[in-house]
Ligand binder design. Sequence first.
Ligand code: PXG
Length: 442
Amino acid sequence: MNDRAANMLDLSAFWMPFTANRQYKSAPRLLSKAKGMYYTSHDGRRILDGTAGLWCVNAGHCRDEIVAAVQEQAAEMDFAPTFQMGHPKAFEAATKIAKHTPGDLKHIFFTNSGSEAVDTALKIALAYHRARGEGHRTRFISRERGYHGVNFGGTSVGGIPANRKAYSGAMVPAVDFLPHTLNIKEAGFSKGQPKWGAHLADELERLVALHDASTIAAVIVEPVAGSTGVLVPPQGYLERLREICDKHGILLIFDEVITGWGRLGTPFAAQYFKVTPDLLTMAKGTNNAAAPLGAVAASTRIHDAIVNGTPAGIELFHGYTYSGHPIATAAACATIDLYEREQLFARSAKLAPVFEEAIHSLRGARHVIDIRNLGLIGGVELAPRDGAPGARGYETFVRCFQKGVLVRPAGDILEFSPPFIAEEEQIAEIFRTVGEALNEVD
Ligand code: PXG
């Protein structure tokens, strides 16, 4: 699309998600093409993608193999139901996914998004306890600053006040929250996992004592919290959560929508931290974001309790028209083949120290009050401008976009998650550009 066509585009009908619609539509930023590490903006500029879209295009954009798989599937069979019917790609994709999921989490339930994966995992947790005669376990424990998507379950276990505010009267009942683990004073500018903070997991014991274990179905956390500004778990923290859950018969759910599919150099964060959850959610990188797709991986114990523990007939009254959609699952098959063939998780692991050094080069830059990173996930926190929180982050993002680099602002925290095919020079360019932008922004 050229500039003239962009100017003629009617922007009024599309009510944009998580967007300041009025601000955006007064000065739109349009992307019209993508290949490899780059987007092309509508005015023909090359934009280096520092965020893999929205943490999702892990293998880089428009990879030929994935494009071909989508095209072939669209031509061969557009849609087939998976309710009491099936088609090969859904089974193939589940098998390929299960090759990479940790422990015995080998049972894959398909959704269309991370939000749906989260709500599905919460429902599976409830169904599991009920199937075992513990239907009284209905409470969920999550964490402040957690993001688990936007459906009612995910919003209810979400720890971001703004995301709950308008809906707060209608949340799922019986949710409590662990404290988040960010402490800039104790662990500012940590490289990798902070040494400080494992004791925060003991707050779970306090919540168990308060509510009684018999009321608690599951704990849900992101192994590394992404969208609230990259909160890396302190050393020993996730291990401790696992121990406490085990002690009290509580399921542990890892929301790996961002950390899944190689972001930490292993297939999932569970393998990186050597902590195996009972349920694991994924989306985004599962099919390189070529079509909407999410999934829940469930352990054999959970799957069997529900599937074998139910009298003949449908075992789980849950599912989406598009669970295992042919095009989305064909894209997943091609994506996972590509991850394996190009050993992209190993490449992500190899780039992580380069990324760490590059992001920490911004220490001492104007406005920067903290830098956090793990794998190919990074956050740079800026001091908020007096009386205008978020303005500095937003202006820096716009400035970077004008300079040809896409970063993601979360308030005054800039987030980074490049595709794994990034070259070292491209990683350097991302942070060089951010440094320049910070010099120009008040
Ligand atoms: N869980 C986690 C951990 C996520 O990060 C979701 C669930 C929801 O996924 P869907 O596919 O329903 O969007 C997410 C999504 C950001 C950003 O800027 C993060 C997400 C989405 C959009 C923006 O950090 N994460």
